[in-house]
Design a protein around this ligand. Sequence first.
Ligand code: 13P
Length: 259
Amino acid sequence: MRKPLIVGNWKMNNSVAESVSLVDKLKVLAKDVAGVEIVVAPPFTALFSTRDVIKGSNIKLGAQNIFWEDRGAYTGEISPLMIADIGCEYVIIGHSERREYFKESDEIVNKKIKSTIRNKLKAVMCVGESLKDREEGRTMQVIESQMRKGLEGISNSELQTPNSEFQLVIAYEPVWAIGTGRNATQSQANDVHIYIRKLLLQILGEYAASVTRVIYGGSVKPSNSAELMSEKEIDGVLIGGASLDADSFVQIIRSACMV
Ligand code: 13P
C-alpha cells in the first residue's frame, strides 16, 4: 500500500512573511492528519524560515528545482547539497514550466534526477504532454520518451535510501491542465498513470513499480481532488494554485485521507 503524497508547489509566489503565515496556518489545520505525507515546496528564499515553522509537525519540505552539480562556479544556481543542508527531503524535477521557459531537456532532467539521488533526496519527476500532443494522439509516446530519458542509467538499488525509503515519485502533469482550471478527467489521468506504472516495471523492475508513487497535477482543487485520488493508480496530487491558500490546501489533504 503506497502512502498518499500531497505536494504544494508554490512556484514563484510568497514572500518570506507570506510563506511563514501560510505554513503556520496549514500546520494548525493539518495537525491531526495521519496516513498522508504532506510536502510544501516554497521558493528558495523562503525555505529556511518555512523549515523553522514546520519543525516537529507532519509537514515536510521540498525544493522546486536544483542544479545538477554539488558545488562550483555556477552563478545563480542552487545545488542539491544546499537543499539537503537546509532540510529539504523532496525536490521537484523537470516541471513543465522549467521545460518550457528554461529549455530543460530530458538530458538535463536526467542529470538532475541523478544528482538528487546521489544526495539522498527524493525526486518528484514531472512528465506530461502538451495539448497538441494529446489532440494528435501522442500522449503515451511523449510520456514514454520523458520517462525513459529521464530515468536513463538509474537502477532500482540506487533509489533506496539508508532508511529504506524510496527516492522516486513520478508526477503526471498534463501541460494543458496546469493553471488552466481544466483538470484531466479521472479516467484520462488514470489511463496515463497505469501506463507510467507499466513503464516503471520495464525501466526499473518489479520493486520500483510497486513502491513508486505516481501523483497527478494540473488544476487540482478541493472540488476534484477526492474523485481523482479515488482511482487506484493515483497516489496523491501535486498542487499549484490551490496550495497557496491554507483552507483549500487542507481540504485537498483531507480528501486523501478519505480514499
Ligand atoms: P495548478 O494546480 O495551479 O494547475 O498547477 C499545477 C502544477 O503545476 C503543480 O506543479
